[in-house]
Design a protein around this ligand. Sequence first.
Ligand code: KG4
Ligand code: ZN
Length: 354
Amino acid sequence: MTARHYGIERYMNTMNGHVDILAIESSCDETACAIIRDGREVLANEIYTQIKFHTVYGGVVPELASRKHIEKMNYVIKAALETAKMTLDDVDAIAVTYGPGLVGALLVGVAEAKAIAWAAHKPLIGVNHIEGHISANYIEHLELKPPYLGLVVSGGHTHLMIVKDWDQFEILGRTVDDAAGEAFDKVARAIGLGYPGGPKVDKLAKEGNPDAVIFPKARVHGSEYDFSFSGLKSAVLNYLNHAEMTHEEINKADLAASFEKAVVDVLVEHTMAAAKNCGIREVAMAGGVSANSALRGAMSKACEERGYKFYMPSPIFCTDNAAMIGVAAYHEFEKGHTRGWDLNAVPGLKLGER
Ligand code: KG4
Ligand code: ZN
């Protein structure tokens, strides 16, 4: 594809006429580095997942995550450069996730990015992790451009928004308590599936009956597009406690499928209502939970029935990765949003904030 490169010609690699960005992601438990060409093409995508270290504790241990990022960061960067057959001199800018996320984990990536950018005399770009997730869609869907309706569902975030421009978002709804992925992880733990729960619930739910147990919808009274998943999680826990007290046998697959249906239904219903009310006919979904097979199927079907165009990333670009950060960085770069050496980790960074 032909990139536009407005305003960033001065930074461009004059050797090849492309904008190549090296991006770093370390906001949670994935240490990742990618090299992205012209905001769309993935030249390298290295992901070191720390899952096995956190599994024994039943969730991400922040201190451990920071230490593993320190151990692995240089390796993933070296691997990405090798895959792309490049050196640091060949890249045009260094990008990094600076929030939201775990502060210690973010700091490892931010410090590394600043050090590399300073040493190699490259511009530095700070990227919002949620903006990164939604940008994952641009990798495989070259025709997708703002404005469109976006749904980001991950372990830390549940946002329904209008993506007005590459870096401009109007949030329509969000979770008022737990994120969708958090609900998957907590329910998985309660039924003894372990961490990370989402993929395990997904797998088990395929063998269950989604109509076996009717759980409450994760709605918020008086707020059309907001979500509340903690009530649903409590309903699952109550169901389990009741079964234990009455010595009833539980069908875990039915429980997983019924819980998953309650989450999927509300995500699809709110997204479809927003699309209709806002008159938007293009919908894109992203974030770790968008790897869920039931959600992928239900959202595709709902969009197809209404004649909406629907986009979602391949599962590898749904969960945390640095390729999506490199894509978002390209659009920030295009708008001249480079950062100084005072860039810091912002654990509570909001979408659209800078
Ligand atoms: O986007 P992500 O990797 O990290 C955050 O930014 O939070 O999302 C991780 C979340 C976890 O809660 C995980 O359980 C969930 O995404 N997840 C899934 C699936 N794969 C990952 N949830 C449901 N079904 C899946 N297949
Ligand atoms: Zn994420």
